[in-house]
Design a protein around this ligand. Structure first.
Ligand code: K1U
Ligand code: ZN
Length: 167
């Protein structure tokens, strides 16, 4: 397995729309394993392939306390969204920034698993939020895109300042 570098907002590659996976083969299973290692090491509760500059529709998520419930979603698609919830979100591509975002409370998705079998899942709470956050990444959207223009400008300035300090 390998740790993969994570793109940082406002890198324009985070705006690319990821392409569907035609076939779940060894290269996709290796990508998912590398993404999981990268997510656990960060640490985070999710990661989309877009964030590691691979523009394929692959997502890994583990919202468990013990970090022992890895979920891999290939070609995830929202099939149902119900209700609304507002919660604080962070992003491994926007380090140190947290803000409130409104999301659906419950979602249903279709996806393929690591064997290429088609599956469905219903989720609520943090898992539902994380699924929506990661599907946004696959569509080229970062959570700060849901915030006001003023907040986005402040975040860009803060991250640019951080980058100068660590350079
Ligand atoms: O996609 C990402 O950038 C990962 C992101 C997922 C996410 C977090 C919160 C709400 C929605 C989606 C993160 O994992 S940020 C880090 C984080 O939330 C966390 C880190 C360590 C322990 C617990 C949470
Ligand atoms: Zn993110």
């Amino acid at each position: 397995m390998a740790l993969l570098p994570i793109l940082r907002f406002p890198d324009p590659r985070l705006k690319k729309v990821a392409q569907p996976v035609a076939e779940v083969d060894e290269s996709i299973r290796k990508l998912a394993a590398d993404m999981a290692e990268t997510m656990y090491e960060a640490p985070g509760i999710g990661l989309a392939a877009t964030q590691v500059d691979v523009h394929k529709r692959v997502v890994v998520i583990d919202v468990s306390e013990e970090k022992n419930e890895l979920r891999v979603f290939i070609n995830p698609e929202l099939s149902r969204c119900e209700g609304a919830q507002v919660g604080e979100e962070g992003c491994l591509s926007v380090p140190g920034i947290y803000d409130k975002v409104e999301r659906a409370e419950r979602v249903a998705i279709t996806y393929m698993d690591l064997d290429g079998s088609r599956r469905t899942l219903e989720a609520d709470g943090l898992l539902a939020v994380c699924i929506q956050h990661e599907i946004d990444h696959l569509n080229g959207t970062v959570f700060v895109d849901h915030l006001s223009q003023l907040k986005q400008l402040r975040i860009k300035n803060k991250l640019a300042k951080q980058a100068r300090v660590t350079a």
